[in-house]
Design a protein around this ligand. Sequence first.
Ligand SMILES: *[C@@H]1O[C@H](CO)[C@@H](O)[C@H](O)[C@H]1NC(C)=O
Ligand SMILES: *[C@@H]1O[C@H](CO)[C@@H](O)[C@H](O)[C@H]1NC(C)=O
Length: 552
Amino acid sequence: MFFMWMIAGRSRWQALVVILCLLKLSSVSGQARYSIPEEQAEGSFVGNIARDLGLDVARLISGKARIITKGSRQYVDLNRDKGTLVIKEQIDREELCGKTTPCSFSFEVILENPIQLYRVTVEVIDINDNSPSFPKNEINLKIAENPLDNFKLEVQSQPDGGRFIEMVLQTPLDREKEETHTLVLIASDGGEPHRSGTVRIHITVLDANDNAPVCSQPVYKADVKENSPEGTLVTTVSANDADKGVNGEVTFSIPHIGKDAKQLFALNVKTGEIKVTGKLDFEKSKTYQLNVQASDHGGFTDTCKVIVQVIDENDNIPSIQLMSFSNSISEDSPPGTTIAVVNVDDEDSDGNGIVKCSINSDVPFKIESSLTGYYTIVTDNFLDRESVPDYNITITVSDQGSPPLTSSKNINVKVSDVNDNPPKFSQSEYSKTVPENNSPGFSVFALSARDADWGQNARVSYFLEEKEINGVAVSSLVSVNSENGVVHAVRSLDYEQIKWFEFNVTARDAGSPPLSSVATVRIIVQDQNDNPPQVLPQCSYMLTFIPRCLLK
Ligand SMILES: *[C@@H]1O[C@H](CO)[C@@H](O)[C@H](O)[C@H]1NC(C)=O
Ligand SMILES: *[C@@H]1O[C@H](CO)[C@@H](O)[C@H](O)[C@H]1NC(C)=O
């Protein structure tokens, strides 16, 4: 015959030690680790992140360094100007981690241009801020006189880390000597300063005319799948009582049950059947312990332990979150340039929670894992905006459940232009005929050069290259419209003075630096019959062909 309750375990407060571990995992990641005591005031210093990650404050500012926390509360803030981490919200270790030790939380610090990702882990050290407490101030027990006497305490551990105290009778009680006993149980922790809690126990000794019920099994173990429908049978506890009639009727109850378990399980008082009445979620709790008390009408009890193990189901779809993304990448970016950082997460356990992340293979990008749960998408080749101006990347993440769950996300990356193409003339040489005696400003033809780049990088202007022809500047003969490339004769040309001439035109784009190319233009002046015939000694034998003769 025994009873039990829980005491809260406390670890000893340890001196504050700042452990720093700087680990370069890849070009885009690193880690820092700090330890702080719980209950630090808002604004308290946590660590010098700039120094510890080897970043200067200017980089934190230019990279718009920020903290990313997943879903949960943000306990720490980044002071960009000082490069430090400070407490944003007072941390209660017990609220954050319950009885889990060591207690820590992690977050990421992300920078842009270029994207860099760092993980920061903060360990929260316990201070002795809680007293041990009993669920009740007083406990009343009825114990038959014949079993045992002398109370002895036995500590028992539970699967969830909690502890039970069992108070065991060692030698018989004699009702005729003492009808009631009152004891005070003290629980004290090993903290500094010591804290303690008490409970008063009243024991009534019963007459020895009864047999106690005995659980058929001291421990019942049951596996139940999470999300099992309401009404699913967990297990059936049973107890035997040697008494006949009313004294042998056993009823079941769970005197001490947690708030969560109370909503999830129902016990049939008569049959001892335990059924599911709520939504079991493996991600919330993996085990429950129910201490079912079997009682008879004489006040005798036994406790049957029921340990319920919740089995994980693949019920959480892996998630993809874009942590940082530059939707435009310069076409001259070298292979290995980061364009996006994604976080993938799956709340399930084991295979159900192990995820694989991939992207479509028809793009010059690849996906790499940088930190646990984080992936970076980087360029895997050289890019050319003139061939492919944008890419659609599909990020797919699937878990290893059966069947696996998958989710995906599309991102569109634009390739931004770099001035890597010079304007190109349709021909490298042009030859045009102009009849002599043309009117000044006569439009000869239009030059045209195309530039494969974009925007300013493709805006072409035309320039006449100055030179002398027979002692006159070419610009006094022709002009080129810088906007549209139209070549004009500046003045009336005279075949008898000049028969043809050549000049260069440069086409230049507005990129930085600009690129250009050159075309050569030959203008042939066409003779008109504007001079009366005259005898020239050297050509006198072919008078009728004077013009031809003069061409040579
Ligand atoms: C990307 O997807 C958008 C919308 O679905 C589509 O309009 C575009 O043409 C796609 N681009 C490429 C390069 O496939
Ligand atoms: C045109 O420029 C090229 C060099 O770019 C030069 O070799 C050639 O002589 C020039 N031609 C004329 C007619 O100026």
